[in-house]
Design a protein around this ligand. Sequence first.
Ligand SMILES: [Zn+2]
Length: 323
Amino acid sequence: MSTGRPALGEMLADLVELGAIEFRPEPLDALVERRLKAVWTARSCPNCGAESLQALSNSSRIWCGRCDWKTTYTRGTPFYNSDLAPGEVLIAFVLYADSLLSINQIALLLSPCYKTLFERIKETETAFHRGFPTVWGHLPQTVKGPTQIDETQQQCSGYKGQEPPRNGLDRAGSSSEAGRTRWSGEWGDELTLVAACRDSLRVVAAEEGVAYDEELGPVLEEVEDLSQSLGEVWTDEFPAYKAMDHDRRIVVHDEEYVTDDGVHTNQVECLWSLIQPWLAKFRGLSKQGLEQAARTYGFVRSLNLTDAPLRNLVSCIAVNAFR
Ligand SMILES: [Zn+2]
């Protein structure tokens, strides 16, 4: 149930609509450039196999000293050939993934064109999903302890494969209602959101099934992939968990929230309380949109629980350009 007012983010949204916030993307441009050039110069030439490539700090070119091959350091990343500077792409994605601002409001800050910004954010999100497992696997950390897993129902909009309508930018700034139009389409299928928390790792997926194999299995497999062995799994008494063949310990929520020996699913409950207001900012999501958003939130939360979330975010977005 929604009261129509998010618990967080209203003041920030007001600042945006008043035009009170301005960004300096240059430090981020420099961060992206340093990061990408470091990776380029460490790799071999894709054309002739020469051991390393060349880069200079005052040029965007990457080239091979042996053959004619050359490219731009942003090639293959969402930063390439963009109307937005790399720093602006990063700011847009961080505001999208890590705040309660809508894409409408982010467009007010960064780009007059909603469509361009929307596409750039989606492209960045796809790259982020693909790059996360690689970067996560290289972080100097050990993910250990029990895995807490829980599920919740989430309704999505009935418009398959489409995003819900948004209000036009022409109204933005001229009215306090700008960006607040409610999704009034038909509400459609329910998806099950499944979240698993282990140490600083958060995996959130939207699944269609109602049985263990369909909805819980994939998430647990993913946690296992991202943290080596799975360890103990803590669940509530939900029947689908009974099919699990993992070591499993249950807390029965009708009776208690923490068992005498300390089994609980509080981390996941906490994650739900964070993700619900964030999902609500979309004012309705298609099935595909919900799947993507849920996944993004889990990975972003995981990075936020690491030492250098922004640097790791840049790596996630760019890493697949070099494979
Ligand atoms: Zn070469």
